[in-house]
Design a protein around this ligand. Structure first.
Ligand code: GRF
Length: 202
């Protein structure tokens, strides 16, 4: 059984698909041990509770600095013996110490085709740039922002009459398909990081 944590800051639709498709499923050896949020009002916390998963929130403002905040989260990870951290709409950048401790054991999902449009918003900048294709990227987290080794990507068309909402909705369909697949492959030991590249042994 692989014990994982999911980090969220908002709605948690990706968390929901991970719960629905992977959590304690008979065919998949994955246990979502804890859902963590930096935002106590994140709806994803409700989704976790409904699934019987411990849902914990800690405010950044209750810590003197970012390092102390991440220390608290690291303690939580140790407490639950977490083997993989899955970021699903988590809006804080992890400290280098956290990243080093969980090297190649943290996944993130970004709503654009990296390395284009990194940062806290991927959908709007892509739309404003005028690209004809965008999509989703799932990558391992390194010390940078959205710069780690890419595991998987899926493209979607950008339509002339798209706004941020319609394009994001099209991207999310791919997110909900791809993230559970990637987490499952990780849990089966099928992902190998070689330098900047991720080799998938299907
Ligand atoms: C997703 O679009 C993800 O790519 C981005 O944040 C969004 C989270 O959505 N990092 P949700 O909370 O899972 O619905």
């Amino acid at each position: 059984m692989m014990d994982i944590a999911v980090f969220i800051s908002g709605s948690g639709t990706n968390l929901q698909t991970l719960i629905d498709k992977l959590h304690k499923d008979r065919d998949v050896d994955i246990d979502i041990k804890v859902v963590f949020s930096d935002n106590k009002d994140a709806y994803g916390l409700e989704r976790a509770k409904k699934a019987g998963i411990p849902a914990i929130s800690i405010k950044l403002k209750d810590s003197p600095d970012r390092e102390a905040f991440d220390e608290k989260i690291l303690d939580l990870m140790e407490q639950y013996e977490i083997e993989l951290v899955v970021l699903a709409g988590y809006m804080k950048v992890l400290t280098p110490k956290f990243v080093q401790k969980y090297r190649n054991k943290i996944l993130n999902i970004h709503p654009a085709l990296l390395p284009s449009f990194p940062g806290s918003h991927g959908v709007k900048p892509a739309l404003e740039y005028g690209v004809k294709v965008s999509g989703v990227t799932i990558h391992f987290v390194d010390e940078g922002v959205d710069t780690g080794p890419i595991v998987a990507q899926a493209a979607v068309p950008v339509l002339d009459d798209d706004d941020e909402k319609t394009l994001h909705a099209r991207i999310q369909i791919e997110e909900h398909r791809l993230y559970p697949e990637v987490v499952k492959m990780y849990s089966e030991g099928k992902l190998k990081v070689v330098g900047r590249k991720v080799i998938i042994n299907r």
